[in-house]
Design a protein around this ligand. Structure first.
Ligand code: GLN
Length: 542
């Protein structure tokens, strides 16, 4: 049976609970244990799929087609373990399940209540599949004291008593602010946060304190005394340069030793951190650098393109270079020449996106990349805009557009109404529900022999994660191919275009899926590795 680590946060949000959880997972793995990470989100949306990226950051898609919290991306990148829909739950999904059962009559005769029904459903979610790994790490979203998170805290409190003794450990992550006018670090917010946690019955075993500077010994002793934890269990979590430095930094502060001690595990071998040392060094001491211009829509929020940002770092790791990103709101050059924004970039990238705003700017960015021979990577909407650009500017289909943005004269991009999933036909009507109804998750694609993508992947069958409602309209294929755009990847039934490329361009590949979701620091995605390599070549030309 697995041991359970519950990770909660206090004082403020955005302290990096997701990275801390992922890093602890990586440290336990480095000691030879198997781990699984889960995220419990207290908000009422069934999943983050319908939330704006400005609200919630990126939506991370799993192989099995769940739209999940972006922390699952960190978990995958740090541990290499693919997440599934069993690894992220929201209050909305819990209530949806309970209310469906209530309507079916499953609770006939009973009053359905937060305790025990909601807490039982949460516990069931936490415990599912727990016999498959050594450790399950459960992160609770939000901060202690949030009204909507109470059932989650109550559920993990109950589990502390229901699991055999010594099978559950509670970690609480807080902030120690530095007050410049007083020249002092303040422990009071941490004390209050732990008090709040204890008032709902949870005594943390380990405190991780985020701070922008060293926390002196006496401050740690004070926290230990006031928060009722051992002094050695007050782990300082200082800012580091790269998120991939976090596992080593937390190990040096004794995090994994404390966790094992809290479980009374003795004599565990020290962790093998060689691959983390390698990655840290590679990121800290690159030999070259490239600049990638990203023409997007949600560039004001760092988290909106989290996996993309990381996949570019991984592409840099593969090529031993630093990747600088020039984030551009495509809307800026919808009515202008994009050259001043794009010139000097060694690669241009149009990422995934939804809605019309900025698309004409993205189409201009595609045209710039195509005509100037700048390496171009198009992802999802970035493939659709690449196809619209080809249709308008190469194939003479002037009215080309997407039905996502209205009713174009020539719908080169149209809504998907049916496709095959695991041998079964999936169908969608126009104007149906928006939540959870896209073509989601891993689908195979077949690559054309001799194409650039086949060479990059080194195989002909790939599996990549998708999240889209629209698709290139195959009735335009012939005209587009006659104009030079090659359809180099298709769904196995040959009906859905997955990849297009220009063979006579230095590097121009656009894909309907999201390769960034599968890239990992130790295993950079081949498309990103190859794209950054092309950008490096480009940087030597100018
Ligand atoms: N909005 C487009 C679609 O739904 C592209 C989606 C995306 O980029 N993820 O097909």
């Amino acid at each position: 049976m697995a041991r359970y680590v519950f990770i909660t946060g206090g004082v403020v949000s955005s302290l990096g609970k997701g990275i801390a959880s992922a890093a602890l997972g990586a440290l336990l793995q480095a000691r030879g244990y198997s781990v699984r990470l889960r995220k419990l989100d207290p908000y009422l949306n069934v999943d983050p799929g319908t939330m704006s990226p400005f609200q919630h950051g990126e939506v991370f898609v799993t192989d099995d087609g769940a739209e999940t919290d972006l922390d699952l991306g960190h978990y995958e990148r740090f541990t290499g373990v693919s997440a599934s829909q069993d690894d992220n739950i929201t209050s909305g999904r819990i209530y949806q399940t309970i209310l469906a059962k209530e309507r079916r009559g499953d609770y006939l005769g009973a009053t359905v209540q937060v305790i025990p029904h909601v807490t039982d459903a949460i516990k069931e979610f936490i415990m599912t599949g727990g016999d498959e790994v050594d450790f399950v790490l459960c992160e609770i979203g939000g901060t202690v004291g949030d009204i909507e998170a109470l059932p989650f805290f109550e559920a993990i409190r109950q589990l502390g008593n229901e699991l055999p003794r010594g099978q559950a450990v509670y970690i609480h992550l807080t902030l120690i602010p530095f007050i410049p006018s007083a020249g002092e670090l303040k422990t009071k917010p941490t004390q209050h946060s732990v008090k709040e946690l204890r008032s709902i019955g949870i005594q943390p075993d380990i405190l991780m304190v985020r701070c922008d500077r060293e926390v002196p010994e006496e401050e740690r002793a004070k926290i230990a005394l006031f928060c009722n934890v051992r002094k050695s269990a007050v782990i300082q979590a200082l800012d580091v340069k790269s998120i991939y430095d976090v596992p080593i930094a937390y190990h040096q502060q004794g995090l994994d030793d404390e966790v094992l001690a809290a479980f009374s595990i003795t004599g565990a071998p020290p962790p093998d951190l060689s691959r983390w040392q390698w990655v840290s060094k590679r990121i800290a001491q690159p030999e070259g650098e490239v600049t990638i211009a990203i023409a997007g829509k949600y560039t004001g929020l760092q988290d909106a393109y989290k996996s993309l940002d990381e996949a570019l770092v991984h592409g840099g790791i593969a090529n031993n270079c630093r990747v600088n990103v020039r984030w551009l709101e495509a809307e800026l050059f919808e009515n202008h020449d994009p050259a001043p924004y794009l010139e000097g970039a060694d690669g241009i990238l149009v990422p995934g996106g939804f809605g019309e705003r900025g698309t004409e700017g993205k189409i201009k960015a595609v045209e710039f990349a195509r005509t100037r021979g700048v390496p171009y990577l198009g992802i999802c909407l970035g493939m659709q805009t690449a196809v619209i650009e080809a249709a308008r500017n190469l194939a003479g289909i002037t009215g080309a557009g997407s039905t996502e943005f209205g009713t174009p004269a020539e719908p080169v991009i149209g809504q998907l109404t049916e496709w095959m999933k695991d041998g079964e036909l999936e169908q969608r009507g126009i104007g149906g529900d928006l939540g959870g109804t896209m073509r989601l998750g891993a689908y195979e694609a077949v690559l054309a022999p001799g194409s650039r993508v086949a060479e990059i992947y080194g195989t002909h069958i790939i599996s990549e994660r998708h999240r889209h409602r629209y698709e290139v309209n195959m009735s335009y294929r012939e005209r587009l191919e006659a104009a030079g755009l090659v359809f180099s990847g298709l769904s196995p039934d040959g009906l859905l275009p997955e990849i297009v490329e220009y063979p006579d361009h230095p590097w121009f590949i656009a894909v309907q899926f999201h390769p960034e979701l599968k890239s990992r620091p130790f295993d950079p995605h081949p498309l990103f590795a190859s794209y950054i390599e092309a950008a490096l070549k480009q940087s030597r030309l100018v």
